[in-house]
Design a protein around this ligand. Structure first.
Ligand code: ADP
Ligand code: MG
Length: 406
């Protein structure tokens, strides 16, 4: 049944029930996210001089001296004349002044890393977002591309994908060749200095239908569009992170074609290993197809990261075997260096952070032992990812070896 203005007029109980649910829930989500205003986040997210000095690689006194001598801007003060701490933008300004930015050199290829597996819930989004912030905190020029219509990464950056983002602001128009000749229009700043985001929302799902309607030559061209767009954009960044959808769809193909490195999050569970095996078969098929189409792919690394690993149980000083630990050992033995040395441990801190639309790095206030454990583990995993990325930059090779990370 339709109204005079041609909008459908649905009358079924199911339609009314679901519409009502949708309205109530989206109102609630919007209210919950109100507290996560991006500008407020920038101003609240500050580093004490000791932390800033460590990030910059100089002594606090050197920073104070430079401020006094006018070589660096004066520190922000609060109403009581106390230092408010430094924003990440101010820390990066110091890095530029002291020439301690970790950027790649011009001849080093920008890293375009897909954090990919087929399965949902294996911490793809968690790793992609935390990696993006970790690299930005270290001073890398970073871009995070949300390629999942669910927009989970977009949410973690304080946006409500359905209210704040339109399909036109995602990769969608570029991917379907809708009059855009680059992806620049979709890039937005975040509350992390030098970390940019291309957001996603549900309309990204329409890419699937749009691709279906193409003839085989057009579809082939469409598969590589994300790659072309990101290759162009990546010249302004050190690291680009891709958060793909949890399905074997056309968006996933675009991500595989666009990446030059793959980090594969895997839960040490039998079901996840089987699904990862299917993912690798699809990936291999796509690499073969790409070669046939004259566009060979090249990955600087493709490695598993174990995620959501339950802490080791010890009894009388001895490690107790659990189904997870047995499986992890078997995989590590079979795959060797293709598995990250550090595994991402399971921690309730991730759920707490997600429920507050923030990450582990944005935690303010008292830092419990549990938090500190989670933070240390997370930074060890991401530090390893950083080493793999830097190993793909010829100009970083010597420094990596000197730091014992080569
Ligand atoms: N190491 C972890 N420990 C506990 N929970 C985690 C961990 N990593 C992620 N999670 C939680 O698991 C859920 C799914 O993670 P997510 O990153 O969205 O997975 P994916 O993107 O692969 O679907 C989220 O609620 C997230 O907070
Ligand atoms: Mg996800």
């Amino acid at each position: 049944m339709e109204n005079r203005d041609n909008t459908p007029n649905y009358e079924s109980d199911a339609w009314h029930t679901i519409s009502e649910l949708e309205e109530l829930l989206s109102g609630l989500v919007a209210a919950l996210q109100e507290d996560s205003d991006v500008d407020k986040r920038i101003d609240n997210f500050r580093f004490k001089i000791g932390q800033a000095a460590e990030m910059v690689g100089r002594e606090p006194q050197t920073i104070r001296d430079c401020e006094r001598e006018g070589k660096l801007p004066k520190a922000d003060l609060d109403d009581h004349g106390r230092r408010r701490g430094y924003t990440l933008a101010q820390v990066n300004q110091m890095r530029r002044y002291f020439k301690t930015t970790p950027w790649r050199k011009d001849g080093d290829p920008p890293a375009i890393v897909a954090v990919q597996n087929l399965k949902g819930g294996v911490a793809k989004t968690t790793l992609a977002c935390h990696a993006a912030q970790f690299f930005a905190l270290k001073g890398y020029r970073t871009l995070l591309v949300d390629c999942d219509a669910q927009g989970s990464s977009t949410s973690l950056f304080g946006y409500n994908p359905d209210f704040d983002i339109s399909g036109q602001e995602t990769v969608y128009p570029y991917l379907i060749g809708d009059g855009k000749d680059s992806l620049h229009y979709a890039v937005r700043k975040t509350h992390f200095d030098q970390l940019h985001l291309i957001p996603a929302n549900l309309e990204l799902q329409s890419v699937e239908n749009a691709f279906m309607g193409l003839d085989s030559r057009e579809r082939l061209e469409a598969f590589y569009r994300l790659r072309h767009g990101l290759t162009e954009l990546s010249s302004s960044y050190d690291i680009v992170l891709l958060d793909p959808p949890p399905s074997a769809n056309l968006m996933m193909v675009s991500v595989v074609m666009a990446a030059n490195a793959v980090a594969i999050p895997v839960e040490p569970e039998n079901i996840c290993l089987s699904s990862t095996s299917s993912f690798l078969v699809i990936l291999r098929d796509m690499i073969e197809a790409s070669e046939r189409w004259g566009q060979p792919l090249s990955y600087s690394f493709a490695k598993f990261i174990f995620t959501k690993v339950r802490p080791t149980i010890r009894r009388g000083g001895e490690e107790v075997d659990t189904s997870q630990s047995v499986l992890r050992k078997a995989v590590a033995e079979a795959l060797g260096h293709r598995v990250f040395e550090h595994a991402l441990l399971s921690s309730a801190e991730f759920d707490t952070a997600t429920s507050e639309f923030r990450t582990i790095f944005e935690h303010v206030g008292h830092k419990s032992k549990t938090y500190q454990r989670c933070f240390n583990n997370l930074t060890a995993v991401l530090g390893e990812l950083e080493s793999h990325i830097r190993a793909s930059w010829p100009s970083h090779e010597t420094r990596l070896r000197e730091q014992g990370r080569g």
